[in-house]
Design a protein around this ligand. Structure first.
Ligand SMILES: Nc1ncnc2c1ncn2[C@@H]1O[C@H](COP(=O)(O)OP(=O)(O)O)[C@@H](O)[C@H]1O
Ligand SMILES: CC(=O)N[C@@H](CCC(=O)OP(=O)(O)O)C(=O)O
Length: 299
């Protein structure tokens, strides 16, 4: 096609794509969309900018985006700087007291404020929170069941938290006031203890408690991949069990898929794991017919 022809076609195509968004804007108007922004998807400045613009756009067309972010690689980089080595068991970071302090600095400080600032630079009104604010994410120490061991045979992973409750009122208040909550996955115990919680787990539970319409988990793969590295576009609970049993799902994908499935089963209408390295992946997923990534089905 000549350059002139491309210029003539482009506006029509653009208009068609914009028009395609209308039914989605109508369907998701005033609905809550929980977006998990994984630390692995946060590496490139241009992608971060795209993400922030997409979140602002979703808010402006009447949805209630709630951002929950991770920061695994960013935590790793600080641990390395202070001469510590990160260790993971079944996708959870072993968190001693010193690591907890560093995790809180990175998640509640550096990463949270960077996302808040980017969204606000693009005209949004983002408010950064951790679960300690108004004590809205309550947690207790996670007792992690050992794989293939009898029930009760647990591994101590330190100050990793298991959510005991989320108070939705603060988030609902912010949503109504045109604010965009940006949440770091830190929980608080009954005695004021700080807990490190996997961000996928927080996003899944929050989607459930807020009766979200959608949960979108942005990561650094095209979605969930099979043993040959091919994208699986949809997954049922039975297929997930098989992928876990044969070792195709591992590491950080384990808590992600577990949380996604819990959310789908508890009534979140659509749950997707998508490629956060694709520019405007949020708009593609939410506002177009062009589904991306893996949809997690409840049955
Ligand atoms: N079957 C699978 N399909 C895709 N990714 C997988 C799979 N099994 C394990 N993974 C790993 O899970 C990672 C995503 O989880 P995680 O590292 O926690 O990222 P995030 O920061 O997005 O939460 C991928 O980068 C990949 O290395
Ligand atoms: C308990 C636990 O593992 N917490 C995570 C919290 C951050 C996170 O989940 O970040 P991503 O989403 O980028 O993986 C951690 O310390 O890495």
């Amino acid at each position: 096609m000549t350059e002139k022809a491309t210029r003539q076609v482009a506006p029509a195509l653009k208009a068609e794509i914009l028009a395609e968004a209308l039914p989605y804007i109508q369907r998701f108007f005033d609905k809550t969309i929980v977006i998990k922004y994984g630390g692995n998807a946060m590496t490139d400045p241009q992608l971060k900018d795209c993400f922030a613009r997409d979140v602002v756009l979703l808010k402006l067309v009447g949805m209630n985006p709630v951002v929950v972010h991770g920061g695994g690689p960013q935590i790793e980089s600080l641990l390395q700087r202070v001469g510590k080595k990160g260790e993971f068991i079944q996708g959870m970071r072993v968190t001693d007291a010193e690591t907890m302090d560093l995790v809180e600095m990175v998640l509640g400080g550096q990463v949270n404020k960077e996302i808040v600032n980017l969204i606000n630079q693009h005209g949004g009104k983002a408010v950064g929170l951790t679960g300690k604010d108004a004590g809205f994410i309550r947690a207790r120490k996670l007792l992690m069941q050992k794989k293939d061991a009898p029930p009760g045979d647990v591994i101590d992973v330190g100050q990793v938290g298991q959510i005991t409750g989320i108070d939705p009122s603060l988030i609902s208040f912010l949503d109504k006031g045109d604010f965009i909550p940006v949440i770091a996955p830190i929980g608080v115990g009954e005695g004021g203890e700080t807990y490190n919680i996997n961000a996928d787990v927080v996003a899944g539970k929050l989607a459930e408690i807020l009766h979200a319409e959608k949960l979108v988990l942005l990561t650094n793969t095209p979605g969930v991949l099979d043993e040959n590295g091919k994208l699986l576009t949809g997954l049922t609970p039975r297929e997930i069990d098989e992928l876990v049993a044969n070792g195709t799902l591992s590491g950080g994908m384990l808590p992600k898929i577990g949380s996604a499935l819990d959310a789908a089963r508890s009534g979140v209408q659509s749950v997707h794991v998508i490629d956060g390295r694709v520019e405007h992946c949020l708009l593609l997923e939410i506002l177009t017919d062009h589904g991306v990534g893996t949809m997690i089905k409840s049955k």
